[in-house]
Design a protein around this ligand. Sequence first.
Ligand code: FE2
Ligand code: FE2
Length: 345
Amino acid sequence: MLVCYLTDEPGKIPAIRAALEPRYSVVPRVLGQEPVFAPSGVLMVDADLRQPTCVEQIRHVMADLKTVSERLFVVHRHLHHLMAQAFALGATEVVHNARQAAAKLTQVEAAMRAAETGSEHAPNWITDCGKAFGSMFSAIGQRNAIHLADAETVTAQIVASISQNGLSGWLDNVRKYHEGTFQHCLLVTGIAVAFALDIKFGPQDVKRLGMAATLHDIGKARIPLSILDKPGRLASNEEDIMKQHPLIGYDLLKDIPGISTETLDAVKHHHEYLDGSGYPDALTASEISDLVRLLTISDIFAALIESRPYRVAMPREEAYNILCGMTGKLETSLLKAFRRTALAT
Ligand SMILES: [Fe+2]
Ligand SMILES: [Fe+2]
């Protein structure tokens, strides 16, 4: 479950992460500095309600977050007189410390699971991921800036889901509720995150790979749908246009404050192969980073097992065998390690 943690003191973030992760996926936001998104999970507000500026900033943020059903405020015990202020600002629950917050999160999570069981609707987290991709792609369509917060939301949500429920449920849900490029990006990220967890990456490295996967095909937002969604093979001129998406993605992202160089590298180079036969730069082995190697394997595998209206999804074993047959292009030791992720039930 995703927890958006809103605070006025960045120094509090490591402690809350230590208390809640890895069970919950914490997305920290500093009040007044970064845009806050509406998670399907929980909004947790931990700020000094004695400060009028702080209260005003929270009031402003809460006006946009009315749809978040669980709004947990942390009010320290010796300041219990501020509880009324917390409820006036929209709290649905007040806790006094991280331990109580963790206990409340357990209850919320159980209630959400119960609500989703047997429901015919897409789970909230699947809907949230679709919305965040929709927001990024429409920003590009309208020539607006992409919010990295959208990519972080998707990534955190996927890490939370895969850590708790494994890869298979994720793949089934994504293929059931999403189509085309969104489906592909969600599958790639889920597979990359599961791969990273299987090879025992730490939380920060899982997030690094997840962010690169979430954004890897963002350049496709500028490729005409007639090419992007064309059933069957592309003509050679269409293929040339399609092959521009890594560079387009790189250009769209390169000036965004806070974007990492490794994410940019992954966006630009996820179609490179170790033998130099990839594009756009025909890089060879020593020029391709480990992160990109992991992403490329996840990307090809995801493309093979996608569900399309005109094509039945390929079984995972068959897809894995195709990867193993790409001699010289993908790193053999990583492919061996990927077997577990690819075939996990
Ligand atoms: Fe791509
Ligand atoms: Fe891709």
